[in-house]
Design a protein around this ligand. Structure first.
Ligand SMILES: Cc1cc2nc3c(=O)[nH]c(=O)nc-3n(C[C@H](O)[C@H](O)[C@H](O)COP(=O)(O)OP(=O)(O)OC[C@H]3O[C@@H](n4cnc5c(N)ncnc54)[C@H](O)[C@@H]3O)c2cc1C
Ligand code: FES
Ligand code: FES
Length: 499
C-alpha cells in the first residue's frame, strides 16, 4: 500500500499494535507504563539523562535488523511506526531463563536497589547486538555512559557487561528471521495522517511528501530524533499542535561519501554518521562525537537536528563550520545551499523560511595538508553540555605557512560562530609562536562571551585562547606526533562519570 493511512503500527515484544487515536506527543515511556502496564521500564529524570527508561528499538534497514537503545521518556510513540520495541519484560527467554545479560548482573552483583537495573540491562543487550559498540578501549564505558546508578557503583556493572559479552547467543538470535519478516510486512510506503482532539500527526513517507506537508502547514513541528523536542514536552510542558516525524524517510537517511564531500541527510543520527564523519574529520580520535550525549541520545538525535535547533552550545555546528560544511535547505520544490555559518543569524533565529526544512549537510573532504581539531570543554566527560567547544581547520603548506584557517566556537556567542579576527591573524603567517600569540590576542577581539551556570566569561575567554595553544602543541611545528587526548586529561582530573 502507498497513499495515506490513519494509524501507527508497531510491535511491542511480540504483540502487534495499531493505534488510530494516539496523542501525537504521547511519550513511549508513558504509553508503556500507563497504557500497557509495562512498568519494568522506569522513569527517573524524564529528560534523557539517567537511562532508567532505556528500551530497545529494532528496525529493518535494507535486510538487516538494527538494534538501538533509546530513552523512552523522550521518544514519542508515533515515532515507532514500523518498528519493534523490546522492553525489560521481553528479556527472559520463552523457557523462563534469564537473558545472559541478566544472568551476568546476578553473577556479578550488579544490582542493589534495582531501580536503574532494567535500563542498564537494555543498554547492555544493545551493546551485544550493535557491532563494535562495546569494543575498543572505551567501548563499555561509552556504552553505559547514558545509564546512572546511585547505589551499586559501576565496577560490578562493568564486570557484568564483560561477562555478558563472552556469553553465547540469546533467544533473539533464534527469532531474528521472524522479526525481520514481521517488520518487512509493516513496510507499506504510506504516509500517516492522524488528527484528533489532542493534535495532528503526519509521518511523511518521502521527502516530497514532507515538502508538501510543510508548505501546507508551515507551523507544523518537524521531529527528527526528539532529543531536543522531547524535552519541550516532558519538561517545558509545551503543546505541539502538529508534529511531523521524519526519522523513517528513506530519502533523508542517505550518507554518501563522494570524492570531494560527505553528504549526511536530515534523518541520519549521530551514531549512524559517526564512522563517516570520523573518517573525514581526523582528530586524535572521534572524541567530540563520542561525547555527544550518550549512546541512547546519539541513537536518536540527528546531525541536522543539532544544526536546526540553533543552539549556541550544540557540539556539531562549530566542528562542521570549521570544516567548511554547507547546508541544504528545501521549501516545496525550491532548494538552496548556504554556508553553514550563515544559517545562524542570532540567538533563536536561523535563516529558514516558513515551510522550509533542512534536507542535509555536506562536508568537504579535507586535503592532505589540512589538519582539523576540535575540543569540547565541559564539567564532566560524559553526558554533559559544552561550556565551550573550539574547532579548527588549518591548511599548512610544506614550508610551514598557514594558507587557510577556519576557526569556530560554540559557547562563546549567541550562536555558533567563526572567529574572523583570529583567522586573519593566522592566514599567510608561519605557524610559529609569534603567530600563536597574535591569534591568542585576536580571539579576545572576536568574542564577548557571557557568564552563565556552565562557565564565567573569564573562563570562556581564557579557555578559548588556551585551545589555540593546545592546537599549536598538537599540530604546530614542534608537535610531538602523539596527540593529547582530552579523555586522558579529564580522567586525570577524575571527571569521568563512571569514575
Ligand atoms: C541527555 C541529552 C544529552 C545531550 N547531549 C548533547 C551534547 O553533548 N551535545 C549536543 O550538541 N547536544 C546534546 N543534546 C541535544 C540533542 O541531542 C542534539 O541537539 C541532537 O542532535 C538533536 O537532534 P534531534 O534529531 O533529536 O532533534 P529534534 O529534537 O528532533 O529537533 C530539534 C529541533 O530541530 C528541528 N529540526 C529537526 N530536524 C529538522 C530539519 N530537517 N529541518 C528543519 N528543522 C529540523 C526541530 O523542529 C526542532 O526545532 C543532548 C540531549 C539530551 C536529551
Ligand atoms: S527517565 Fe531518565 S533518561 Fe528517561
Ligand atoms: S541499583 Fe540502585 S540505582 Fe542502581
Amino acid at each position: 500500500m502507498t497513499g495515506t493511512r490513519h494509524d501507527v503500527r508497531f510491535y511491542v515484544g511480540n504483540e502487534y499494535h495499531t493505534l488510530a487515536d494516539i496523542a501525537p506527543t504521547r511519550t513511549l515511556l508513558d504509553w508503556l507504563r500507563e497504557d500497557r502496564g509495562l512498568t519494568g521500564t522506569k522513569e527517573g529524570c524524564n529528560e534523557g539523562d539517567c537511562g532508567a527508561c532505556t528500551v530497545l528499538v529494532v528496525r529493518l534497514e535494507g535486510d538487516r535488523l538494527v538494534w538501538r537503545a533509546v530513552n523512552a521518556c523522550i521518544q514519542f510513540v508515533a515515532m515507532l511506526d514500523g518498528a519493534q520495541v523490546l522492553t525489560i519484560e521481553d528479556m527472559r527467554a520463552p523457557d523462563g531463563s534469564l537473558h545472559p545479560v541478566q544472568q551476568a548482573m546476578v553473577d556479578q552483583h550488579g544490582s542493589q536497589c534495582g531501580f536503574c537495573t532494567p535500563g542498564f540491562v537494555m543498554s547492555m543487550v544493545a551493546g551485544r547486538k550493535a557491532d563494535g559498540l562495546a569494543q575498543g578501549e572505551h567501548g563499555i564505558d561509552d556504552m553505559l555512559a547514558g545509564n546512572l546508578c546511585r547505589c551499586t557503583g559501576y565496577a560490578p556493572i562493568v564486570r557484568a557487561m564483560r561477562q555478558a559479552m563472552q556469553a553465547g547467543p540469546d533467544h533473539f538470535d533464534a527469532m531474528a528471521q521472524d522479526m525481520a519478516d514481521r517488520l518487512r510486512r509493516l513496510r507499506d510506503g504510506a504516509t500517516v495522517d492522524i488528527s484528533g482532539p489532542t493534535g495532528r500527526l503526519t509521518i511523511p513517507a518521502t521527502a516530497d511528501a514532507l515538502a508538501s506537508t510543510l508548505l501546507a502547514s508551515p507551523d507544523a513541528r518537524i521531529v527528527a530524533g526528539a532529543t531536543d523536542v522531547g524535552l519541550w514536552v516532558t519538561k517545558g510542558l509545551r503543546v505541539l499542535p502538529h508534529i511531523v516525524p521524519i526519522g523513517g524517510i528513506a530519502d533523508l537517511r542517505r550518507i554518501e561519501r563522494g570524492p570531494d564531500a560527505l553528504y549526511i541527510g536530515a534523518a541520519v543520527t549521530w551514531q549512524e554518521a559517526r564512522a563517516a564523519l570520523t573518517e573525514i574529520l581526523p582528530q586524535p580520535d572521534d572524541e567530540v562525537i563520542r561525547r555527544i550525549g550518550s549512546v541512547q541520545v546519539r541513537n536518536a538525535g540527528t546531525v541536522c537536528g543539532n544544526i536546526a535547533n540553533g543552539s549556541p552550545i550544540g557540539d556539531g555546528p562549530p566542528v562542521l563550520i570549521a570544516a567548511g560544511a554547507r547546508l541544504h535547505l528545501r521549501r516545496g520544490d525550491v532548494r538552496r545551499t548556504i554556508a553553514l555559518e550563515d544559517f545562524f543569524i542570532d540567538y533563536g533565529r536561523q535563516d529558514r523560511a516558513p515551510g522550509e526544512f533542512v534536507e542535509g549537510v555536506s562536508i568537504p573532504v579535507p586535503g592532505p595538508q589540512t589538519v582539523i581539531r576540535a575540543w569540547k570543554i565541559s564539567k564532566r566527560f560524559d553526558q554533559d553540555i559544552s561550556a565551550i567547544l573550539g574547532a579548527f581547520s588549518l591548511t599548512i603548506t610544506p614550508d610551514g605557512t598557514i594558507e587557510n584557517a577556519r576557526v569556530a566556537f560554540g559557547g562563546m556567542a549567541a550562536t555558533p560562530r567563526r572567529a574572523s579576527r583570529t583567522e586573519a591573524a593566522l592566514v599567510g603567517r608561519k605557524w610559529d609562536e609569534t603567530t600563536l600569540e597574535a591569534a591568542r590576542q585576536a580571539i579576545a577581539q572576536d568574542f564577548a562571551p557571557i557568564t552563565d551556570m556552565r562557565a564565567s566569561d573569564w573562563y570562556r575567554r581564557t579557555v578559548a585562547a588556551n585551545l589555540l595553544t593546545r592546537l599549536y602543541a598538537d599540530c604546530g611545528p614542534d608537535a610531538a606526533r602523539a596527540p593529547i587526548s582530552v579523555r586522558t586529561a579529564c580522567k586525570a582530573a577524575g571527571e569521568h562519570a563512571h569514575g
